[in-house]
Design a binder for this molecule. Structure first.
Ligand code: OAD
Length: 249
């Protein structure tokens, strides 16, 4: 059983500006596969170069669409877990809160979080591959083969960030700014190797924030954190909320 150091709960309770960075691990207990866990991770079973790059899409748009349609279907059927809900509780209890996620599954919003920065996009949105603009009401466009842009006729693509692409500029700027002013930074369920998301915790520690990691496994960020809480987010995060605000449990 993971011991929850009282200093972590105390610091969270007193924090003025909290930033949480999440990765695929927070959705694992909802049944969404992570990317890099051995055996079960998506990148252990599928080649990202065939599925998650602009070149892959140009080569075989149907394969990429079908893969994202499968993932969209999967995340439509799952529900947030206690880890997602614990982050909603933290947002309700601290003066300033930002949730920065690399996840495209929409589960933080489904759980009830509000201040969400989606660094890698959202699987439920699509945009035109040619014009790069979002397309609303695109569900009517599928079912007749590959969906095309109603404006220019080009292919539609999921509004997610692929390898080799830059992150949405405003989302990244917001995440960096929030990280630089955080006094408590929680990094949850990410392997911490995909940039620039993985550098956000360092923006926070450079300015004196307490950095706490929640992950069953060590990551490249682990050596730099103030505290590591080893275990599943769905167990650790609710326990952290109760420890920080025992009067509101
Ligand atoms: P990864 O699959 O790289 O890492 C998932 C992390 O979650 C690992 O460190 C696991 O140990 C941890 N984990 C597993 N189960 C957990 C649980 N129940 N509670 C807490 N942690 C758990 O996923 P990300 O770090 O999110 O990008 O990957 C970053 C990016 O790489 C993704 O956004 C995606 C991927 O390629 C793009 O597709 C652009």
């Amino acid at each position: 059983m993971t011991i929850l150091p009282p200093e972590v709960a105390q610091q969270l309770r007193q924090a003025q500006r909290v930033v949480v960075l999440t990765g695929a691990g927070i959705s694992a207990e909802s049944g969404v596969p992570t990317f890099r866990d051995a055996q079960t991770g998506l990148w252990a079973q599928y080649d990202p170069h065939q599925l998650a790059t602009p070149q892959a899409f140009m080569r075989n748009p149907k394969l990429v669409w079908d893969w994202y349609a499968w993932r969209r279907d999967l995340v439509t059927k799952v529900v947030p877990n206690p880890g997602h809900y614990a982050l909603v509780a933290i947002e309700q209890r601290v003066p300033n809160f930002n949730l920065v996620t690399q996840n495209i599954d929409g589960l933080h919003r489904k759980a009830g979080s509000h201040e969400i920065v989606e660094l890698h996009g959202n699987i439920f949105r699509v945009r035109c591959f040619t014009e790069n603009v979002l397309v609303e009401d695109w569900n009517d466009l599928i079912g007749k083969g590959l969906p095309h842009c109603p404006n220019c006729g080009g292919f539609l693509r999921p509004d997610v960030v692929w390898f080799g692409e830059t992150l949405p500029v405003e989302a990244l700027a917001h995440a960096v700014k929030a990280s630089q002013s955080a006094d408590f930074f929680l990094v949850v369920g990410t392997s911490g190797i995909v940039q620039p998301a993985a550098s956000l915790p360092f923006e926070a520690i450079d300015r004196g924030a307490m950095l706490v990691e929640v992950n069953p496994e060590p990551t490249p960020i682990s050596p730099y954190v103030s505290y590591t809480l080893r275990g599943a987010a769905g167990i650790i995060l609710p326990a952290l909320v109760v420890a920080a605000w025992p009067d509101q449990a």
